[in-house]
Design a protein around this ligand. Structure first.
Ligand SMILES: Cc1cc2nc3c(=O)[nH]c(=O)nc-3n(C[C@H](O)[C@H](O)[C@H](O)COP(=O)(O)OP(=O)(O)OC[C@H]3O[C@@H](n4cnc5c(N)ncnc54)[C@H](O)[C@@H]3O)c2cc1C
Length: 386
């Protein structure tokens, strides 16, 4: 608009985790001026790696998206079969890739490897990376927003929160912590992921890129138990893990736990407000059961990029209605995914024999009834398209 000065950036993304970095790449792909997109991120540590013990199971949809952005990690382990069971009960269900006509159900990569692949792609994208320290959304109004970092202020037309924290959304605390480590199996099964529901919480073993016999362990349990597990040496921890998981992979030899995450469901009430929008964990944090958080966050990024692609060619117009549209379009997927990941860990943790028995029967029923299993598997594979 004549007489009005341009903001420093059309879009400022606050947080360069997987969701923020993917959004930057998606926007840069169609933006007439990628240099008018800014990615504010904390400086990368060490040789460009963010040290994070998480292994991330990503579904087929996420893999296709990341590969199209040139950001699929160099090493990843495939999941071709998921085995779901309940400790002390008979029921179990198998979800197999060939039942759904896909080459794999998903793949597992280290958080750091994914971070590295995304950072390399961002470096080639033309997006302006600003990494002088912690950034914050200082203010926003109907005209734009201001980001402050290292004593400097930057103006932008749109600010996207991708910093991994859903504001002050009221948490639903699961009273569970996730204890993470790696374990080697004496009878490995390549391509199998295991989700075992126990009264304490779900225990998952995922294939890991470090080798066909290496599994990533995500053990959700009561905080007190997590503290005990953390204090154990390798032998003690391995014994506890074998007792909880059973013998399906022979003997498991685990490393000591290398990360503990408290778990809570947090849903930011509004995904968009005026000139701001939130994606990924800044929009919602979920229980890691069924590994859905990042998949959902990447779908947030894809939908927001779609909403803003046309606007970037006429960035002097008001983007607020497009952001509101984004917020509305994301509700069904967000509700359904949060619903599944909220229901599973709680229902198996009730400790009520009747409920446990019903869950066991449900798993058995799911295994017998492909038509029932299919909608769950499809949702976990692709998420709701919105
Ligand atoms: C134990 C566990 C296991 C999980 N397993 C899976 C799985 O198997 N599959 C799956 O899909 N999801 C999984 N998740 C969820 C997944 O980790 C998150 O959904 C994903 O990391 C979200 O990415 P994000 O970019 O939104 O946020 P984050 O990964 O939290 O990244 C946010 C980034 O913003 C940066 N940042 C924060 N504040 C600022 C600031 N002020 N200024 C600048 N930068 C800032 C941070 O340094 C970080 O780099 C798991 C989560 C947990 C806890």
């Amino acid at each position: 608009m004549p007489g009005m000065s341009l903001p420093d950036h059309d879009i400022a993304i606050l947080g360069g985790g997987p969701a923020g970095s993917a959004l930057a790449l998606l926007l840069a792909r169609t933006a007439p001026r990628p240099d008018r997109i800014a990615l504010f991120r904390a400086p990368l540590r060490g040789a460009g790696h963010a040290a994070d013990p998480r292994s991330l199971a990503m579904n087929h949809g996420s893999q296709v998206l990341l590969a199209s952005l040139g950001a699929w990690p160099r090493v990843a382990a495939e999941i071709r079969t998921v085995h779901v069971s309940q400790r002390g009960r008979l029921g179990r269900t198998l979800i197999r890739h060939d039942d759904y006509g896909v080459p794999r159900l998903g793949s597992v990569a280290g958080y750091s490897a994914l971070h590295q692949a995304l950072a390399e792609a961002v470096a080639k994208s033309g997006v302006q990376v600003i990494e002088d320290g912690q950034a914050r959304l200082a203010r926003h109004d109907a005209q734009g927003a201001t980001i402050e970092q290292a004593g400097r202020a930057w103006s932008c037309a749109v600010a996207v929160q991708a910093d991994g924290t859903p504001g002050d959304a009221a948490p639903r605390d699961y009273d569970q912590h996730a204890v993470l480590t790696l374990a080697r199996a004496s009878l490995p099964r390549a391509g199998w992921a295991w989700e075992r529901f126990t009264r304490e919480g779900p225990l998952a073993l995922l294939p890991h890129p470090a080798g066909p016999d290496v599994h990533s362990v995500v053990w959700c349990c009561r905080p007190e138990r997590a503290r005990q597990l953390q204090a154990m040496d390798e032998a003690e921890f391995s014994r506890a893990l074998n007792a909880a998981f059973g013998t399906r992979l022979g003997r498991l030899s685990a490393q000591r736990p290398d990360g503990v995450f408290p778990l809570a469901l947090r849903l930011r009430p509004a995904l968009a407000e005026g000139r701001t929008a939130a994606i990924g964990n800044a929009a919602q944090t979920l229980h890691p059961v069924a590994g859905q958080g990042l998949n959902l966050g990447l779908r947030d990024a894809a939908r927001l990029a779609l909403s803003l692609a046309g606007w970037l060619r006429q960035a002097d117009t008001d983007p607020a209605p497009l952001l509101a549209q984004y917020a509305q379009a994301r509700q069904p997927d967000r509700r359904a995914t949060a619903g599944v990941t909220d229901f599973l860990p709680r229902v198996f943790a009730t400790g009520l024999p009747a409920v446990e028995h019903a869950c066991g029967l449900a798993l058995l029923g799911l295994d017998l009834a492909a038509p029932l299993r299919a909608p769950l598997a499809r949702h976990l594979l692709q998420g709701l398209r919105a």
